[in-house]
Design a protein around this ligand. Structure first.
Ligand code: DAH
Length: 371
């Protein structure tokens, strides 16, 4: 009789061993396998080692399979019980493997958590964005007027010649209407050259009194250089009611300049011409770079205002009666002021930036520095 166990040719029972004896032999062998697995499991320290054991014991050419093959050699009557015994043993082996696996996984997780929760570890620096200087200048200027009950109105950047020019009293032979100065579309529309068209659109839509500011982009055919950009920003202001005069305009602009640059700002008007205002003025405010003195501490000329002590921020005036009439307002009943201020100018002076391109290149390092 050979009983080579567990090399695969098990239970080669010649001469007949009683069935019950064979079963108990089988049980012993399975018990031994279980013990072998327990020892091996204790020595397995990672999931790869567990997988190896699973293959060695329970795999298709593993030890249990070898035992199973031996069933064929049993008397037919013993086979069901032998099969049941083996199946139970397999379940026990599988349980042991699963238990060890859960244990190892738990330990791996605990180890990970130990490392992950180091509350003293320095956090990566938080990166936060900031508002672009042009947006801040726009918001600060608009906020001043909003506090005084003005509505903030936005207009389209594509306009008709009627709103951009005609209704604003800019005649067809005005140089601004030449294609050389404005961006025209083939259909005759154009990129608005200023925010002033919104004066007409708002007045046509709302009866007096009105008070609005219109921040937004404007476009002109200028080459990009330190002082020019084909796209730039303006804030338009318009107030129309009975009895409005130029003193109101000067007061409001002075207030806005103080809100935007600082409490010591003054505003002065220089006579000028715009087709849509009469009288018209260029608007200057105290140069914040030298507090209006024109000179720096060392006696040198202030760079911001080239020694003038004033900086120009835009144009303004009393709304022309023709413009009021075109908008459906009665110039004998109401009067109004209007202004158009350059936002780039405000931002550049505030940030001490002397090249407009800095505002449009969107270099994050520059924006961080200006934040
Ligand atoms: N629209 C003018 C420009 O872009 C600026 C301007 C001047 C606007 C006088 C006004 C104004 O509302 O009254 O050059």
């Amino acid at each position: 009789m050979t009983n080579a166990w567990p090399n695969g040719r098990a239970f080669d029972f010649i001469g007949g061993t009683p069935g019950s004896a064979l079963i108990s032999q089988l049980t012993d062998q399975l018990k031994a396998l279980g013990e072998q697995l327990e020892t091996a499991l204790a020595a397995a320290h990672d999931l790869a080692a567990l997988e190896e054991l699973r293959v060695r014991f329970l795999g298709r050419s593993g030890q249990v399979t070898a035992v199973r093959r031996g069933i064929g050699n049993l008397p037919a009557g013993e086979r069901p019980e032998a099969g049941k015994t083996i199946n139970e043993a397999v379940s026990a082996l599988e349980r042991s493997l699963a238990e060890r696996e859960a244990e190892l996984q738990g330990r791996a997780l605990a180890a990970q958590l130990d490392v992950a929760i180091d509350v003293t570890f320095p956090a990566p620096p938080a990166r936060s964005g900031s508002l672009h200087p042009l947006r801040r200048a726009t918001e600060d200027a608009c906020a001043y007027f909003e506090r005084r009950g003005f509505a903030v109105v936005l207009g389209d950047e594509i306009e008709t010649e009627y709103y951009n020019f005609d209704a604003l009293n800019i005649p067809p032979d005005h140089p601004a209407r030449e294609g050389l100065d404005s961006f025209y579309f083939p259909n005759g529309l154009l990129l608005r050259t200023h925010t002033s068209p919104m004066q007409i659109r708002t007045m046509q839509a709302h009866p007096p009194p009105i008070a609005i500011v219109v921040p937004g982009k404007s476009y002109r055919r200028d080459s990009m250089d330190a002082r020019h950009s084909p796209m730039f920003h303006q804030i338009e202001g318009l107030m129309v009611a009975a009895g409005i005069h130029m003193g109101h305009l000067k007061g409001m602009l002075t207030g806005m300049c103080r809100a935007v640059f600082g409490p010591a700002q003054a505003v002065r008007f220089r006579p000028s011409f715009f087709p849509f205002t009469e009288p018209s003025a260029e608007v200057d405010t105290t140069c914040p770079g030298c507090a209006g003195s024109g000179a720096l501490g060392d006696g040198a000329n202030c760079k911001t205002c080239s020694g003038a002590g004033w900086i120009e921020i835009g144009g303004a005036g009393m709304v022309h009666p023709d413009v009021l009439r075109e908008s459906g307002y009665d110039p004998d009943a109401v009067s109004g002021w209007a202004f158009g201020v350059g936002i780039e100018r405000i931002a550049m002076v505030r940030q001490e930036v002397d090249d407009i391109r800095v505002l449009f290149e969107n270099d994050p390092r520059v924006l961080e520095q200006l934040a």
